[in-house]
Design a protein around this ligand. Sequence first.
Ligand code: NAD
Ligand code: UGA
Length: 316
Amino acid sequence: MKVLVTGAAGFIGSTLCEKLTENNIHCVGIDKLTNYYDVSLKRSNLKSLKSNDKFSFHESDVMSEKTIGEIKNADVIFHLSAQPGVFKSWGKDFQIYVRENIEVTQFILEILKDYPEKRLVFASSSSVYGKTNTYPMREDNILRPISPYGLTKLACERLLDLYNISYGLKYLSLRFFTVFGPRQRADMAFHKFFRSVIKNEPINIYGNGEQIRDFTYVAAVVDFLYKLIDNDKWNYEVNVGGGASISVNEVLKMIFEITGKRTKVNYIADQKGDMKKTLADISLARDEFNYSPEFLLFEGLKKEWEWIQTIYKVDR
Ligand code: NAD
Ligand code: UGA
C-alpha cells in the first residue's frame, strides 16, 4: 500500500504521517512549507518523521512536475495541503485560495483521471455549510458558504464529484470541523489564546464570543483517516466533527482554568465570514465509517497547552 500525504508538514498532515508510520505504513509527504504561519513550527512538526525510515519527504509545491510521479505511484492520496484560514480569504488574497485550493486539487485530479483504481481523500471543511438551513449540519443540508475560503472548499468538493462522474474517480470529501490539539495552526483560536496567556498579552475575541463551534480533537481526525486505508466505501461527503458544541467564551474559561493564569480579554468587531454556529451530524461517519470520537474538549485542551509550553519554551 503506497500512501501520499500532501500538506505533510502541517498540523493535521504531520499528525497523520506519524499515525501511519507508527502503524507500519510507509508514506510519502509533500509540503512546500508556506509562510502563512511560522515555518519553524512546520519544521518542528517534521522533526521526528525525518529520521523515520517509513517516511520520505519532498519539500515541493504539489503543483509541480516533480510530484507527478509520486501522485501516480500512490494507492491512496490524503490531500490535505491548502491555504487555510477563513478571514484572510477576502480581497486580493482570494487569488491565493483559488490557486492553493482549487487549482492544486484540479492538478491532482487531472493526473488521477487515468487511474480510476486510486483513491483520493480530500480535506474539506465545515465552512462549506455557511448560512445553512438546519442543525445539526447534515451532509445533505443546503451549502451556502459565507467566506471565500468556504467557497473554494466547496468548489473542490464539486470538482471531485465531477471527476467521479466522468472518470470514475474514487473519493471522499471529509468536512473537518475546527480541529484542535497539539500542533494546532498558529492562526487558530486556541493556539492564539494559549500563546497570549504565556506572553501575558491581551486575547482578542471576535464579536461577543457567543459563536459556537463543534471542536474536533486531532487524534479523532487522524484515527478516521487512518482507517480509510482499508475502506471500501467511496464517493461520499462526510462530516468529521466532535459531535458536540460549545461557545468560544466557555472555552476561554477552560483555558484560564488549565493555565492557572488570566490575561486581558478584548471583545472586538466580529469578522466577516465567521459562522455563528457549527454542529456536525456525525451519523454518516459513525454508521458507515465506524467513527466514534469522544468529546475530549477539556482533556484535549490540556494536551494542546502542554505542547504550546514546549514550543514557546516556558519554564515549568
Ligand atoms: P496547515 O496549514 O497546518 O497544513 C497545510 C499544509 O499545506 C501547510 O504545511 C502548507 O505549507 C502546505 N501547503 C499549502 N499549499 C501547498 C502547495 N501548493 N504545495 C505543497 N504544500 C502546500 O493546515 P491544517 O490545519 O493542518 O489543515 C489541513 C487541511 O485540513 C487543509 O486542507 C485545511 O483547509 C483543512 N481543514 C482544516 C481544519 C482545521 O480546523 N485545522 C478544518 C477544516 C478543514
Ligand atoms: C477553522 C479553521 O481555521 C479553518 O481552516 C477550517 O476550515 C474551519 O475551522 C472549519 O471547521 O471548517 P474556525 O472555526 O474559524 O476555522 O477556527 P478558529 O480559528 O479556531 O476559531 C474558532 C472561533 O474563535 C471562531 O468563531 C473565531 O471567530 C474565534 N476567534 C478566533 C476569536 O474570537 N479570536 C481569535 O483570535 C481567533
